[in-house]
Design a protein around this ligand. Structure first.
Ligand SMILES: Nc1nc2c(ncn2[C@@H]2O[C@H](COP(=O)(O)OP(=O)(O)OP(=O)(O)O)[C@@H](O)[C@H]2O)c(=O)[nH]1
Ligand SMILES: [Mg+2]
Length: 296
């Protein structure tokens, strides 16, 4: 069955469940719900050149959208990838990396500032084996000073397999050694402190497929409520874990609750009606919970 058939059936069922509300309220509420369903999030990927931003972005989607270069910085402008699944669209803004040359840096820092307010979330790649994050810190603080909100940033430790002692990486199980794990934990803690990160910092390796499920869960948790379901829809099947789906579903139910409360506030309420509205709200949100997987 197509996306639009599902959406049509769900929208009819939702309107039916709200039919005791007066006037055009059920239609208006369902229209707001559908606007959230078709919301098109934009996720930005920022950080130093060669941090592995494009590679990380490629682990999310299939076929991989970004180009990757081993030596030269290869993202020169903001590549805006359009990812479609059924009637749903997600935009990925893959940014050129900072700290390549001072001239490019001036341009790129301007670019980061111009875009930061347009993004639902900014994933900031920090290379795990990098000794100095001074350029990242400077650029991040500039963005905060220009008004960016710290909760919009999700820092991620990239290329975890290169963490010292890198020769100890377990190539068969794609896991760090005990020494590497210890160093990764120290580096993760350092990133949390230096950047005063709002969301957990997680160490991943895109090429080794290491810790990507945990990272996808952190990504969905860090997103604003209005975009987490829409983003979850586009994750590669392996990354759409039970926890990812639960978090996204709860986020959407919470948005539906807000839509219900705003609509209910215009209804004249007596004591009896308040109790009826509470029961209706519960039934409506249970229905949203059940039909979520048909919408996303
Ligand atoms: N070992 C290892 N190499 C990686 C990993 N992620 C990326 N790389 C390699 O690091 C190099 C740079 O990766 P990119 O994804 O192009 O980095 P970028 O941050 O997009 O670089 P710019 O576009 O220059 O800003 C490439 O050779 C990748 O193959 C990883 O998790 N492990
Ligand atoms: Mg790139």
């Amino acid at each position: 069955m197509s996306d639009s058939t599902h959406t049509g059936q769900v929208s009819d069922a939702l309107k039916q469940s709200l039919s005791c509300l007066p006037g055009g309220l059920p239609d208006a509420m369902v229209e707001r719900i559908l606007r959230c369903v078709h919301y098109e999030p934009v996720i930005g990927i920022m950080g130093k050149s060669g941090a592995g931003k494009s590679s990380l972005c490629n682990t999310l989607f299939s076929p991989p959208p970004a180009s990757v270069d081993a030596v030269r910085g290869c993202t020169r402008r903001v590549n805006r990838y359009h990812v479609r699944r059924g009637s749903h669209t997600l935009y990925i803004a893959d940014f050129p990396g900072i700290a390549e040359t001072p001239e490019l840096d001036r341009q790129y820092r301007w670019l980061y500032r111009a875009w930061s307010s347009k993004l639902d979330l900014i994933v900031w790649g920090l290379k795990a084996d990098e000794r100095a994050w001074k350029d990242d810190l400077r650029c991040y603080r500039e963005l905060l000073n220009a008004g960016a909100e710290p909760e919009r940033f999700l820092f991620v430790l990239t290329q975890a397999d290169k963490m010292e002692p890198c020769r100890e990486w377990d190539n068969s199980n794609h896991q760090p050694s005990a020494n590497q794990s210890e160093n990764l934990a120290i580096k993760t803690e350092l990133a949390m402190t230096l950047f005063a990160a709002v969301h957990p910092v997680i160490a991943v390796s895109a090429t080794e497929n290491y810790n990507l499920e945990r990272w996808a869960e952190a990504l969905i948790q860090a997103l604003p409520l209005n975009s987490c379901s829409a983003v979850s829809r586009h994750l590669n099947t392996g990354l759409r874990t039970e926890r990812v789906q639960n978090t996204a579903r709860e986020g959407f139910v919470s948005i539906a609750g807000t839509i219900f409360d705003e609509a209910a506030s215009v209804v004249q309420t007596s004591g009896k009606l308040v109790r009826q509205l509470q029961r209706l709200r519960q039934r409506f949100l249970s229905l949203i919970h059940v039909v979520w997987h048909l919408l996303f």
